[in-house]
Each structure stands twice: as C-alpha cells, then as structure tokens.
Design a protein around this ligand. Sequence first.
Ligand code: EPZ
Length: 422
Amino acid sequence: MEKLVVHGGASLSGSVNISGSKNAALPILAATLLTREKCVIRRVPDVSDTNYMLQILQNLGAEVERASGTVTVKAEKLNGAEAPYDLVRKMRASICVMGPLLARMKEANVSLPGGCVIGDRPVDLHLRGLEGLGAEVHVEGGNIVVKAGKGLRGDEIDMRGKHGTTVLGTDNVMMAAVLAKGTTVIEGAACEPEVIDLANFLNKMGARISGAGTSRIEIVGVKELGGVEHTVIPDRIEAGTFLVAGAMAAKDKITLKRVEPDHLTSLLDVLEECGYPVERHGKTLTIGKAKNPLGANLTTEPYPYFPTDMQAQMCALFATTPGISVVKDTIFPQRFMHCSEMKRMGADIDMDDGTAVIRGVEKLSAAPVMASDLRASAALVLAALTAKGNTEIHRVYHIDRGYENIDDKLIGLGAEIERLQE
Ligand code: EPZ
C-alpha cells in the first residue's frame, strides 16, 4: 500500500488540466454492452474505478483496449450476464451494468453492492424502475437477479426516493428502456451533467432520448443500437477539488483548463460569496486568494444545487476560514469521515446528525491521517497543503479510485508531495 507525505505551507501557482469525468465514464462504459459494434470513448480517466469497470466488461466477454485516455470496447459476443461479487464489492457503481445487461441479454445477475463508508447505498429505486419496465427481480445469496424473458416494455416510471433522485438509478432505467418495446417516461429523473452525457452517448448510438437534464426523461424504444465515438465531459468534482486547493493555497491565483464552468455554478457561487475571486474564460477557470475569506452555511442537494461530492473539500476550506461554517449533507448524512481525521490535525468541528459545525482555526498541524472514501481523502490532501509540518495520508488507494494523478497535478502547481510505500 502507498501513502502520501504532503509538505505544509504550499503556495500554488500555474495551471492544471482537468481530466474526463469518472462519474460520466462509468455508465458510458456500461452502455457499450448495448451494441455488438465497436465504441471509442475518449477522455476516460485512468483511475481504478474505470479500470474495474473495464475488468467487468472483459469478464462479460467484451474486447477492451485502453490507449492512454482512449478506451475501445467491442461487446460483440457476451459470455454471460453476471457481474461477480469480487469485482462489484470493489466498486459500487458496477450496479450500472444491470440495465444494459437486462436490455441486451434479457437477464442480469449483479452482486448486491453493499454499503460503503459514506453510508448505506440502497438500490431499491433501481429495482423498482426495472420492475416498472416488466423485469422480474429477486435477491438470492447476495445477488440481484433480474429477468425479462419476453423483453422489456416501456412505461411511466417514478424514480423519486426519500433522499430525492438517484443518479445511477436513472442511468440504469434509461439504459434498460432504450431497447424496450414502446415509450418510457422517467419522472423524478436525476439531472446531473453525467446523466446528460450518458443520454448523448446513447442517442449517438441510435437511441431516442429526450429531456435528459430535466426531471422528466422520455425514451422511445428502438430495435438496436450501433457503435459510436464519444468524448467524456470534464470531471466537475475534480475541477471543484482544485478550485478549493486554489482557494486554500494559491500564492496569487491558479488556472484550471479543459473544464466545463456551467457544471460548477453552485460551487462557483459559494466560493465567490466566501470572497474568492473566480474568473471564467470559455473552458478555463481561475481562482485567487480572498482578501477577507468568509465561511458559509452549506446544504448538499441533487444537481443543480450544491453537490455532496464537494462537501468534504469545503469542510477542509472552512477548517481554516475565520468564523463559523455549517455544512449539512442531506444525501449521505454519514459522509463526514474527513471531519474526524481533520480534528486529529487540530480542526475545531462538532458533528451533529449529518451536520458539521466548523469553527475556523488559524492553522492545522500535520498528523498521520487515514484516507477513507474518495472525497474525504481528497479533503485531507487539501487540509495538509496549508497545515504546519508534513502530513502522512495512509491508504492512498482511496484517492486513486477517482483522481487521475492528483499528487502529480498538485506538484505541477507547486505543492511538495511524496508518494511512498507504507
Ligand atoms: C452517484 O452515486 C455518484 N457516483 C456519487 O459519487 C454521488 O455522490 C451520488 O451520485 C450523488 O450525487 C457515480 O456517479 C459513479 P444516488 P449513486 O443513487 O448514483 C439514495 C463519488 O465520490 N438511494 O444518486 O450511487 C442514496 O442512498 C461518488 O464520485 C436510494 O435510496 O448515488 C442516496 O441517499 C460517491 N435508493 C441518494 O439516493 C436507491 O435505489 C442519492 O444516491 C438509490 C439511491
């Protein structure tokens, strides 16, 4: 296993290229199962999550090639419809092969993904949606078995749950519906940019999807889909993470290239309200030091509101911002592992049932800390950039799941970071 040693006192400058979106790439890679023809997908980030997905596709019989950021998949012949536990347990998002497998093979056998450190990760909405298309669903021995011997048929599907919309649930139902007989309407669909990117990919394949990006998506079923070429959208969460790095540690300002600022408006609004000068020029964003940084009260909600995947990074920023900030996560109320680790570094944070009350301190101090979920781990790297001393962050594999060379990119901005064997 590896650890990162992050030297405090970073003073960042220059520019960084943002990678393609992990959360757009994963369902798009799953969607290649819907055609026998070759699909070429560009800007697929080389992170362990996308590599796990490629293993699952290969395990199903697809031919897969990766040449730096470009992935080629040809699922001409599939040797089964099973996503095994040993792969699914490593990456919960593997659940999004269920919809395409059901559409292509009329059955799917996917291990129940189980929970993870950010909390329970139920799939009831996925299953309700697929049942709505005529699938028979049952769970046996920790596996979800879905069957549609006579094929799927379009219907009105309500995907709303007690925590609001589901991103991968919307993806699964959309991918199942594209080959169903008749028209499907998804009410309460997730509106994330990654859902729009998947819909665009499917439409290029010959699907007939309208309304992606709104809470009502209509899918007119077609007979078959063809191979395509597609470039994945930029990763808005990686971009947000680097914006917070700039807010915390820019000497003057830093520049992010190859981003989509329209996908970041809720974060940009908050950073500007907190006093950080943000400028956008086309696909480039710059962020500078705040003359008088302010804290904020934040609540995470489904897109287009403040994203849960940026909650941990904002806690790192607020830990050394004067005043009191309150951060509430309504989507994953347990997603605060980063706070207990930052308290080891001297952060003043009180936790109360899905809400962190953060009192800014002058400076954090280095301490050995443990990475846990992907975004909590990134938050610890951010906290370490401006801490006193050198912080050791253990279990770096958590960060490598969703950030492509985060240490090299930060070093390129002037940070001092070593990646060492534990
Ligand atoms: C996607 O996960 C993202 N992952 C997550 O990013 C992100 O945090 C999440 O959406 C919310 O934005 C990928 O896209 C690969 P959900 P997903 O279904 O789709 C509840 C990261 O850091 N729910 O939108 O699995 C659920 O418990 C990852 O990159 C049900 O109740 O999340 C949660 O409270 C972490 N029943 C809420 O909905 C269901 O059947 C939103 O979850 C499904 C979800």
